[in-house]
Ligand binder design. Structure first.
Ligand SMILES: Cc1ncc(COP(=O)(O)O)c(C=O)c1O
Length: 388
């Protein structure tokens, strides 16, 4: 692949064939795609697949949803960008405020990583402190990363808290104390959050004068429009939204308490194309569909069907599968061995199903009962083959 023009094969790490199929040769599986519609994608040879990966959770209504397409087409017709703040920016902010009342003010960005970085920047500006505790994945930018290229000085300013571990969370927040600017968490990591863990996060951050940020990049517009904050009735200072918000168009949001958001005046959070209006219009349309069709409830129903099917497979193939992981709306199987995991991803793809082996599969509005059954039946066939 040394003559391939894209460094590292593709600009989205999780779309690398190794991420999907594991290390080693995998013949007869798609690596490139040409188009998508509903719950299907077509590879570069025009073979069709049922997709359970759904752009890594960035699409909840199905690919090319007609209402979103119309809104985007109108925004393209209207010129895409310009020198002034577009009307649609404030309109979308008002929609979000109405649907997620904790978003007293918002700022728009293009990626989840940017919006998380903006949330952390605002927390540091608001508190005048530097330390950050995090739990989960918050993007690739320096504050949230480690390894070659990330300055050690930046890494010293953050630490990790373990998901659902109440004692350790309390200990770390208290130990960081008056140096702590914020705690940022993913609310669902392979399991539902424990109510007591969530209560500890709120109480302990308040106790030391730090902010609590919930990164709803995967969960907003999926488990509820307002994500875990809405589902579990939480009270974060800031929230971050992304992925499914604009059904595949690039858009992310940082928002929350007005007093914190107003600190944008003291720091610099800005991007030339944050206000292109195709994504903003797509998000408005997406939110309309979300409400009209009660999309989170439909995703829960379809997801529960998939989750139950995966549970049956875990029960029938205990020699290959350890357990199901996640929640109905975002789930996968845990395999006993990397070879089984690879075998399932490759076998399913050869049979026309794209299924994530070690990270979440996401259903969409386009995944009806028949499609979900097809996915589960295909996985059963593949597991049967591997066992034989
Ligand atoms: C919870 C969470 N936060 C942040 C990000 C980063 O978002 P993006 O890839 O749009 O930068 C992701 C991406 O997977 C995510 O799942």
């Amino acid at each position: 692949m040394s003559d391939w023009p894209v460094a590292g094969f593709t600009s989205t790490g999780s779309k690398h064939p190794q991420g999907i199929y594991g290390d080693g040769d995998a013949s007869g599986v798609p690596r490139l795609m040409s188009r998508s519609a509903g719950c299907y994608v077509w590879d570069d040879r025009d073979k069709r697949y049922v997709d359970c990966i759904m752009a890594l959770g960035a699409v909840a209504l199905g690919y090319g949803h007609p209402v979103v397409k119309l809104a985007a087409a109108a925004a393209i017709e209207a010129g895409v960008v310009g020198p002034l703040a577009p009307v649609v920016e404030a309109e979308l902010a008002e929609d979000l405020q109405r649907l997620i009342p904790r978003l007293e003010q918002v700022r728009f960005l293009k990626t989840g990583a940017e919006a998380c970085a903006a949330a952390v920047r605002l927390a540091r500006a608001y508190t005048g402190r530097e330390m950050v505790l995090s739990c989960g994945y918050h993007g690739w930018l320096d504050w949230a990363a480690s390894g070659p290229g990330v300055p050690a000085a930046v890494s010293y300013l953050s630490d990790v808290i373990p998901f659902n571990n109440i004692e350790e969370t309390r200990r770390l927040i208290r130990a960081t104390g008056h140096r702590l600017a914020c705690v940022i968490i993913e609310p669902v990591i392979e399991a539902e959050p424990h109510p007591e863990w969530l209560a500890t996060l709120r109480a302990e951050t308040t106790r030391v004068g730090a902010l609590w940020i919930i990164d709803e990049v995967k969960t907003a517009c999926r488990i509820a429009i307002g994500g875990a904050t809405e589902r579990y009735g939480l009270e974060p200072d800031l929230m971050v939204l992304g992925k499914a918000l604009a059904n595949g168009f690039p858009l992310a949001v940082v928002g929350g308490r007005r007093a914190v958001m107003e600190r944008v005046a003291d720091t610099w959070i800005s991007s030339t194309l944050a206000t292109e209006f195709v994504s903003l219009a797509a998000a408005r349309a997406c939110l309309d569909v979300m409400q009209l069709e009660d999309v989170p409830a439909t995703l829960h129903k379809a997801g529960s069907r998939l989750f139950a099917g995966l549970g049956r497979l875990a029960h029938e193939y205990p020699d290959l599968v350890t357990r199901t992981m996640g929640i109905p709306e975002m789930c996968h199987l845990e395999f006993r061995d990397e070879a089984f995991s690879r075998g399932v991803a490759i076998g399913a793809a050869r049979r026309g199903v794209l299924f994530k082996r070690s990270a979440y599969n996401f259903v969409s509005l386009a995944h009806d009962g028949a499609v979900v059954e097809q996915v589960v039946d295909t996985l059963a066939e593949v597991l049967g083959d591997i066992r034989r």
